[in-house]
Design a protein around this ligand. Structure first.
Ligand code: FPP
Length: 231
């Protein structure tokens, strides 16, 4: 059970779930095993974020660049995604989750796209928004938003126009972006939305991420002074 509660300063937390491959290799196991354990960690972390009062959680599950990985690994992650979709409605009901998917879904088969749309619609009444970024790229997202605006006949656009046409139009920008796995980069994640986010990097490999590690990230967030460009 959660021993801390966040306030309105921390409404949206986003995770770059890095380190699955290394976690598995350290155990002499294939990288796919790391993703499988990482998917359990993902569910546990999302539940805990809900318990401590966070209203939006975003996870980076698969980037537009991840297709470059070996076919076996890509298939394993897509298999985990399909398995998650199959049980997602029940889990969303149990944990009061509104599921949303960020990314270019045109690459997915029609039955998968239909299911994604349905899950978004049928869970929309729940208070905890979970954004799963899948076939997501920050640059791709901005280009997509601009092309949507062009198609609407716009010849001049504002920041608000772009924000309103991103995959994240339904939620506030992230207050905190957590990257596990000891790398310190954004890897094309939420480029536009991260403008004033706080960053937290930790050495923990994603499958080892737990409640205590989330608490540490949240505590670090509350140590920061956010000025949003002011003084
Ligand atoms: C990065 O670690 C992780 C990924 C590219 C995949 C993340 C996917 C999951 C946690 C499970 C999928 C969940 C859903 C809902 C689809 P890495 O493989 O780059 O790790 P490494 O840096 O140690 O190689």
């Amino acid at each position: 059970m959660a021993n801390m509660q966040v306030d309105e300063r921390l409404q949206h937390i986003a995770f770059i779930m890095d380190g699955n491959g290394r976690w598995a290799k350290k155990r002499g196991m294939p990288r796919e095993y790391g993703h499988s354990v990482g998917s359990k960690t993902f569910e546990r972390v999302v539940r805990y974020c809900g318990d401590i009062g966070i209203r939006t959680v975003t996870v980076y599950a698969f980037s537009t660049e991840n297709w470059k990985r070996p076919e076996k690994e890509v298939q394993a992650i897509m298999g985990i995604f399909r398995e998650y979709l199959a049980t997602a409605l029940k889990k969303a009901e149990d944990y009061c989750i509104h599921l949303m998917f960020l990314g270019d879904r045109s690459v997915f088969p029609e039955n998968v796209r239909v299911l994604m749309d349905r899950l978004e619609r049928e869970t929309a009444h729940h208070p905890l928004t979970l954004n799963i970024a899948i076939n997501y790229g920050g640059r791709d997202e901005i280009v997509h938003a601009v092309n949507t605006l062009i198609a609407q006949g716009k010849t001049e656009i504002t920041e608000e126009d772009i924000s309103a046409n991103l995959y994240t139009a339904h939620c506030p920008p992230p207050d905190l972006i957590v990257r596990t796995g000891a790398e310190q980069r954004l890897s094309n994640f939420l480029l536009w939305q991260a403008a004033y986010a706080e960053f937290y990097f930790c050495d923990t490999l994603w499958p080892d991420m737990d409640e205590e590690a989330v608490d540490a990230a949240v505590a670090a967030f509350y140590e920061r002074k956010r000025r949003f460009g002011g003084v």
